[in-house]
Design a protein around this ligand. Structure first.
Ligand SMILES: Cc1cc2nc3c(=O)[nH]c(=O)nc-3n(C[C@H](O)[C@H](O)[C@H](O)COP(=O)(O)O)c2cc1C
Length: 321
C-alpha cells in the first residue's frame, strides 16, 4: 500500500503546523504537507519559524518553492536536521508572485530544469524530492506534454508525482480562479499511472470526501486533498477506517483535549491565541452545533482567552457522542 494513499495538500496560510497537528489528531495515517517555503527564506530567514513541527505530525512533508538547483540544494540542506519525511518541489502554483520567481507551474515548461534541481538536491543531501505539478499550462494541454514532463523528471530519479488534475492559465486567471475554472481531468492522471506503472502517481483536485478518495484509488496510488480538509476537517475522521481498514476512529472529546494541551504548550512559547484557534473554526462545520461552536470560538478570541473548561466546554453538546 502506498505511503501516499491520502494526503493533505500544501496550502499557503492554511497548512501551518497547527492545522497539520489538528489533522493528525483526526487521522493518524494521512500524509501532511507544509505550506510552500521559498528556498531563500530557508537560507537567509528564520528557518526554525518555517520548519519547526510537532513529532506527532509524521509522516510530514516540506514543500519547497525553487527554480534554482544551487539554492534548492542549500535550502534542503538547511531543512535536513528537522527530519521531514519528504521534500516536495512546487511545479504547480500559478500565482503571479511565484511566476515572477520562475518557480511553480512555469517550471512545467522546462522539465530539464526540474530534473537539474532534483539532481542538485539529491547530490547535496541524499533526499530525492517528489514533484507537484498540473496536467498542463496555457497552450500545453495535450497529454503528450504532460507525459514528457513526467518522463524527463523521472529520469532524474523522482518516484512520486502529485498531479493537480487541471491545467493552469498563467495569464488572466488569478490563483483562486485557477483552482476552479479549468476543468478537472482526473482521467489524464489515471493514464499517467497506466503509462508509468513503476511511479507513484497521486491525483489531486476537487476531492470532497473519503469515499470519493477511495474511488480514485482504483486508478492511482494516492489522493491529495486540500480545500475539503480545511473546510470540513471532521469529515476525514472516517479516512483511516475507509482507506486503511483501521478499527480506530477518533473521539471528539479526546481530539479537543489533546489540541487544548498542544495549544497551551504553544501559547507558552509565545504563539498568539488567534493563530492557534484559527484551524478550529471549521472543525464542526456542517455538524450539529457547528455554528454555535464557531460563534463561541469568536467570543473566546475577542475575550483573549479560552473559558475555564477549555475547548471541550465550548463544544456542541453532541461532542461527547
Ligand atoms: C489557500 C490555498 C493555498 C494553496 N497553496 C499552495 C501551495 O503553497 N503549494 C501548492 O503546491 N499548492 C497550493 N495550493 C493548491 C492545493 O495544494 C491544491 O493543489 C488545490 O487546492 C486543489 O486541491 P483541492 O481541490 O483538494 O483543494 C493552495 C490552495 C489553496 C486553496
Amino acid at each position: 500500500m502506498s505511503e501516499h494513499r491520502l494526503s493533505l495538500a500544501p496550502m499557503m496560510e492554511r497548512t501551518d503546523r497547527h492545522f497539520r497537528f489538528l489533522m493528525r489528531l483526526i487521522t493518524r495515517r494521512t500524509r501532511l504537507y507544509s505550506e510552500m517555503v521559498v528556498d531563500r527564506t530557508l537560507i537567509h530567514g528564520d528557518a526554525a519559524r518555517h520548519l519547526d513541527y510537532h513529532p506527532a505530525e509524521h509522516p510530514v512533508a516540506l514543500q519547497l518553492g525553487s527554480a534554482d538547483p544551487g539554492l534548492a540544494a542549500r535550502a534542503v540542506a538547511v531543512a535536513r536536521p528537522w527530519g521531514y519525511d519528504e521534500v516536495n518541489l512546487n511545479a504547480g502554483c500559478p500565482s503571479p508572485r511565484v511566476q515572477a520567481g520562475g518557480f511553480g507551474v512555469v517550471l512545467m515548461r522546462t522539465p530539464e530544469r526540474v530534473a537539474e534541481i532534483v539532481r542538485a538536491v539529491y547530490e547535496a543531501t541524499g533526499a530525492l524530492p517528489s514533484v507537484k505539478h498540473r496536467v498542463g499550462l496555457d497552450e500545453h494541454e495535450d497529454y503528450a506534454f504532460l507525459a514528457r514532463f513526467v518522463e524527463v523528471v523521472a529520469a532524474s530519479g523522482v518516484r512520486v508525482f502529485v498531479v493537480h488534475a487541471r491545467k493552469a492559465w498563467t495569464q488572466g486567471l488569478d490563483p483562486k480562479a485557477n483552482r476552479t475554472a479549468p476543468p478537472l481531468e482526473h482521467a489524464k492522471v489515471y493514464r499517467l499511472k497506466r503509462d508509468f506503472p513503476e511511479l507513484t502517481i497521486v491525483t489531486n483536485g476537487g476531492v470532497g470526501t473519503p469515499e470519493e478518495a477511495r474511488a480514485h484509488l482504483a486508478h492511482v496510488d494516492g489522493v491529495m486533498v486540500g480545500r475539503a480538509m480545511w473546510d470540513r476537517p471532521w469529515r476525514w475522521a472516517a479516512a483511516d477506517r475507509l482507506l486503511w481498514g483501521d478499527a480506530h476512529t477518533p473521539d471528539r472529546r479526546a481530539v479537543l483535549e489533546r489540541y487544548q494541551a498542544y495549544l497551551h504548550e504553544r501559547l507558552a512559547e509565545g504563539v498568539p491565541l488567534r493563530v492557534l484557534v484559527r484551524p478550529l473554526f471549521n472543525l464542526f462545520k456542517g455538524e450539529p452545533g457547528g455554528r454555535r461552536w464557531r460563534q463561541q470560538l469568536d467570543a473566546a478570541l475577542r475575550a483573549g482567552r479560552l473559558p475555564a473548561g477549555g475547548l471541550a466546554a465550548l463544544a456542541p453538546v453532541e461532542v461527547g457522542a
